[in-house]
Design a protein around this ligand. Structure first.
Ligand code: MG
Length: 249
């Protein structure tokens, strides 16, 4: 999507703010967050998971002798559809359909593991922004749908990328207790409990359903949607939510 010629997301209709307006918004949050909490989702909000998907697809290519899939690169993962990724790599649609179940069985235990978190990289500007919140004495809360079995890999990944480490000063990592719990229900419940314990300056999430929950639970909080990718459900953003491409400020 070009910043100068914004095109709505074909599924959610989202249009991101221009670079200049987004930059002002982010700098205002840094100025105003002292003593308040700021909530950050991780996947596709602070972290770009495409390198993780690339690594898994290449391993799958090796184990199933699929040379076309061994060429996997981040550009082949514009959405969360593995079928679309395979087709982009040159696999005919009918063959992609035939491979999909086997791939998803291969993918899930790797993708949802501590070990593979090492492949993630930061969304542009995210490390700088979260550190600026921390230095402004905002309380950083990483609120993720990852479950507790991924805590070690998640913490290690945040540390190595340069994010404020969870468990120190005013920074915490809130994770889903059980892998099988619904992300939607877990986040909604967690937000309800957070709403009872003080002010929240801003909240960031890439998933339209989740940022809509933030907006409903925290009507006075600045709710910011990350226009990166999403689970492809047709969910429109509620009024009052703004959308940004990344954290460049
Ligand atoms: Mg996310």
């Amino acid at each position: 999507m070009s910043v100068n010629n914004p095109t709505p997301d074909p599924i959610t209709g989202t249009i991101a703010l221009s670079r200049d307006v987004a930059s002002v918004l982010l700098r205002n949050i840094i100025s105003d967050c002292k003593g308040q909490r700021v909530l950050f989702d991780l996947d596709s909000t602070l972290l770009n998971n495409r390198p993780r998907s690339v690594a898994i697809m290449r391993e799958f290519a090796e184990s199933t002798n699929q040379p076309l899939l061994s060429q996997a690169a981040p550009k082949h993962f514009p959405t969360w559809s593995a079928r679309d990724s395979m087709v982009l790599m040159g696999i005919p649609e009918v063959e992609a359909d035939g491979l999909l179940d086997e791939y998803l069985e291969f993918w899930a235990p790797r993708f949802f593991s501590s070990e593979y978190c090492v492949h993630d990289v930061d969304i542009v500007g995210a490390v700088k922004f979260v550190n600026a919140v921390d230095e402004s004495e905002g309380e950083v809360i990483y609120l993720t749908g990852r479950d507790e079995t991924m805590r070690a890999g998640t913490t290690s990944s945040l540390l190595s990328l340069g994010f404020p480490p969870p468990g120190t000063n005013n920074t915490s990592l809130v994770m889903k207790p059980n892998a099988n719990d619904s992300d939607d229900t877990y986040k909604r419940d967690k937000l309800e409990s957070l709403s009872a314990s003080g002010n929240i300056a801003a909240a960031f999430d890439n998933e339209p359903a989740h940022i809509n929950s933030y907006r409903s639970v925290f009507p006075n909080t600045l709710c910011v949607h990350l226009d990166t990718d999403h689970s492809m459900r047709e969910v429109r953003l509620l009024d009052g939510i703004v959308s940004i491409k990344d954290f460049d400020h």
